[in-house]
Design a protein around this ligand. Structure first.
Ligand code: ADP
Ligand code: MG
Length: 397
């Protein structure tokens, strides 16, 4: 796979670069303000290197899930503004994705200038299953530039026009973020230093079963918290009250527990409440005493201690998924405790998953304590599952 350094060595001054970046940041529902700009900041090294080298950069990105047509709610305008602030340069936003305005503005770029295209998902063809439809859009992308740099790690698991098809049409290289993310994932999959401990949380066990199956043979310990732990607890025969439960996965969890033996570690206690609210009264109970009329919304202090002990001896750690509903302050302690233990690991610690990365920042934890905070939740999980990612496969050719 060729990288940005190969391209820089070749020289990009005056050349037009189509840069696919991952700028899919969370926005406040009412004000549309960016609530976490981590992904924009992660895109800066590649972008800055291209500007410094005198490239004319056309940046493409998606935001949220618009329905294949322009929708002001999903405009990249707030992202263009933030990107401009961080770069200390003007970042104009094209009025369209790859239409008249994009073409005119791309043609007028000077050396070191940056243009942001409007949300690529405003074009239905971007995510189409039809190769010809995506191809037509990719032709228009390719016409905007001479070379393709893919730095959108969070989108490499998608066979989309701006990720996959454009690489079939232009000389292509992997950007710095893609290279960094890949380097870290390789260290997690090829001969990781042991003990290797994986911590999984988040809401749905069904989302993460494939990665559990793939990782189980490789890890020394798999610590399970978050909403997904209740399906495992139910598989052990515990009542879980009104907690999140995926009844159709109980059997699978039972099989996994039998296969894994002591390698799967479940919570010892949970913080329960009668409803989903920050102002509610909570009770912390052992996992075999969850009241029928309550739901478990965080792991308890004994669990944090037990998980902390496992993490304390680990040399390689991958953490995906919050331990509780960290968005509500009442249910933050479990995620905070585990996040701190992951940060204290003497070895390689990797945080993957949009919500987990956001939790680290929202809880005010030191990002520098982690070996790596991945920008791509779905992409890193699919990589760890051992699947082929279309956006990476196409760069390797
Ligand atoms: P990531 O984005 O890091 O991969 P997920 O998207 O899988 O994480 O899960 C994040 C969500 O899981 C959070 O919104 C959090 O509130 C929720 N969650 C965690 N614990 C629970 C719980 N006990 N009950 C319900 N939801 C939970
Ligand atoms: Mg998430």
């Amino acid at each position: 796979m060729r990288t940005l350094d190969d391209l820089l060595a070749e020289g990009v001054s005056g050349r037009r670069v189509f840069l696919r970046a991952d700028l899919n940041v969370p926005l406040d529902k009412s004000t549309r303000a960016i609530t976490d700009d981590g992904r924009i900041r992660a895109s800066l090294p590649t972008l800055q290197a291209l500007r410094d080298a005198g490239a004319r950069v056309v940046v493409a990105a998606h935001l949220g899930r618009p329905k294949g047509a322009p929708d002001p709610q999903y405009s990249l305008a707030p992202v263009a503004a933030r990107l401009g602030e961080l770069l200390g340069a003007d970042v104009p936003l094209a009025a369209d994705v790859a239409g008249e305005d994009a073409r005119t503005r791309a043609g007028a770029l000077g050396d070191g200038d940056v243009l942001l295209l409007e949300n690529v998902r405003f074009e239905a063809a971007e995510t189409s299953k039809d190769d010809a439809e995506r191809g037509e859009l990719a032709d228009r992308f390719a016409a905007l530039a001479d070379v393709f740099v893919d730095d959108a790690f969070g989108a490499v698991h998608r066979k989309h026009a701006s990720v996959y098809d454009v690489a079939l049409r232009l000389p292509h290289v992997a950007g710095r973020l893609v290279a960094t993310e890949l380097g870290v994932l390789t260290r997690l999959t090829r001969d990781p230093e042991r003990p290797y401990v994986v911590v999984l949380g988040g809401s749905k066990v069904s989302d993460k079963l494939a990665v559990i199956e793939a990782l189980l043979p490789k890890v020394d310990r798999l610590l399970v918290g978050g909403g997904m732990c209740f399906t495992f607890l139910a598989a052990q025969g515990h009542g879980v009250g009104k907690s999140l439960l995926e009844a159709d996965q109980v059997e699978t969890c039972r099989r996994l527990l039998a296969e894994a033996g002591e390698r799967i570690v479940l919570p010892l206690d949970v913080v329960c409440a009668p409803e989903f609210s920050a102002e509610v009264e909570t009770t912390t109970v052992p996992v075999d005493q969850i009241p029928d009329d309550q739901m478990g919304l965080d792991v308890g202090p004994r669990t944090v201690e037990a998980f902390g002990r496992e993490l304390g001896g680990a040399r390689t750690v991958f953490w995906n998924g919050p331990m509780g509903v960290f968005e509500l302050s009442t249910f933050q302690a479990g995620t905070r405790g585990v996040a701190e233990a992951v940060g204290a690991v003497d070895g390689l610690s990797v945080v993957g998953g949009g919500d987990s990365a956001a939790a680290v920042r929202q809880l005010g934890l030191d990002e520098a304590a982690y070996g790596h905070i991945s920008t791509g939740g779905g992409a890193s999980l699919e990589y760890l599952e051992g699947r082929q990612l279309p956006g990476l496969a196409v760069l390797a050719d």
